[in-house]
Design a protein around this ligand. Structure first.
Ligand code: NAP
Length: 310
């Protein structure tokens, strides 16, 4: 039975990565009627989760809503104990969306203005200027035109770059040539930005075949999930000069192991899964809205389609 409007809810906060000290005081003041817990119990109504400890879901017998504290939900869906009959809402956090667009822009501009090249020649005290291009000479390809891809498109487009984008279903976005043919997107792109969810269909999508379709001397920016990229294929594509540079924020196993060849490759810039962090200050209204929706018996916003995997 769905809770009535007056009912206090039992809310679990379970995360091995998010700091409860940054969340719980804000949650308690925004949802003063409700009770908060940090260990599972059988009377929990709502689970707020990001990388929950193993076995968290086993004890949650009357769960009515799972609210992710991350935008990507593939790890939750891979948990064999995840309760597939309970609605799962993913986080859509405007602060995180802005952070991602800033990270993508920083990488696009680093490549466009040759800063990756000038950083490496500085090490050798070498003075060599590369040809200048206008933003309008370049095309940026966005794989994924969802919350993150569409905001990045808007901000990159504002600087005058051409934009092409790929989504599963046909889409219309101002200033973006939206396509559902991946090869057509890659062939038009100088820089490819991966902002896809990790699903069975998108795993390994940045591979020897697809990376070689990006325009000569271009770059790839993977800020989605490590599983999208085949690292050995990237290294080969950089080594044979097809691509000039790669920007990697995410890895199959994090932290990236100390010995991994990606660390030392001169054509790769690495950031530690920091492209966009959940920002409790800006994430809170969406989470509170979903708790209040549950209280009113309404479905949550940003519900994950379990069949599509995102
Ligand atoms: P979203 O709103 O769900 O958008 C996903 C986009 O990918 C949609 O345009 C979707 O197409 C498209 N897509 C999905 N499967 C596809 C397929 N098989 N073929 C073609 N297009 C496909 O997701 P989001 O909020 O933008 O987030 C994207 C991902 O970014 C997350 O899943 C997460 O893994 C990652 N992320 C990374 C960080 C970081 O710090 N590095 C931070 C936040 C998120 P439709 O429009 O047709 O549905």
């Amino acid at each position: 039975m769905l809770p009535s409007a007056a009912v206090a809810l039992n809310i679990l906060f379970a995360s091995e990565t998010e700091d409860p000290g940054a969340w719980l005081p804000r949650l308690q003041s925004a949802l003063p009627k409700d009770r908060f817990f940090t260990s599972p119990r059988d009377d929990i109504d709502v689970a707020l989760v990001a990388t929950p400890p193993a076995g968290t879901f086993r004890q949650l017998k009357r769960l009515k809503l799972v609210q992710s504290l991350w935008m990507g939900v593939e790890r939750l869906l891979a948990d064999p104990e995840f309760p597939r009959g309970v609605p799962l809402a993913r986080l859509v956090d405007p602060g995180m969306v802005a952070a991602m667009s800033e990270s993508v822009l920083a990488h696009v501009l680093d490549w466009h203005r040759h800063h990756y090249y000038y950083r490496s020649q500085q090490k050798e005290r070498r003075w060599h200027r590369l040809k200048q291009f206008l933003a309008s000479d370049r095309t940026i390809g966005l794989l994924g035109l969802g919350e993150l891809g569409s905001d990045a498109a808007r901000r990159i487009g504002a600087l005058g770059f051409n934009l092409v984008g790929w989504s599963r279903r046909p889409k219309a976005l101002p200033g973006v040539e939206c396509l559902t043919d991946l090869d057509a997107v890659l062939e038009k792109s100088d820089v490819v930005v991966c902002l896809l969810p990790l699903t069975a269909q998108t795993r390994g999508i940045l591979n020897a075949r697809t990376l070689r379709k990006i325009r000569l001397g271009g770059a790839v920016i993977n800020v989605a999930r490590g599983g999208h990229l085949v690292p050995d294929d990237l290294i080969a594509t950089l080594d044979d000069g097809r691509l000039a540079h790669a920007y990697l924020d995410v890895f199959e196993h994090e932290p990236l192991s100390h010995e991994h060849p990606l660390w030392t490759h001169p054509g790769i810039t690495i950031t530690p899964h920091s492209a966009a962090l959940t920002e409790p200050r800006t994430a809170m209204p969406g989470i509170v809205e979903n708790v209040e929706r549950l209280r009113r018996g309404e479905p949550p916003l940003n519900r994950v389609d379990l069949d599509a995997g995102y």
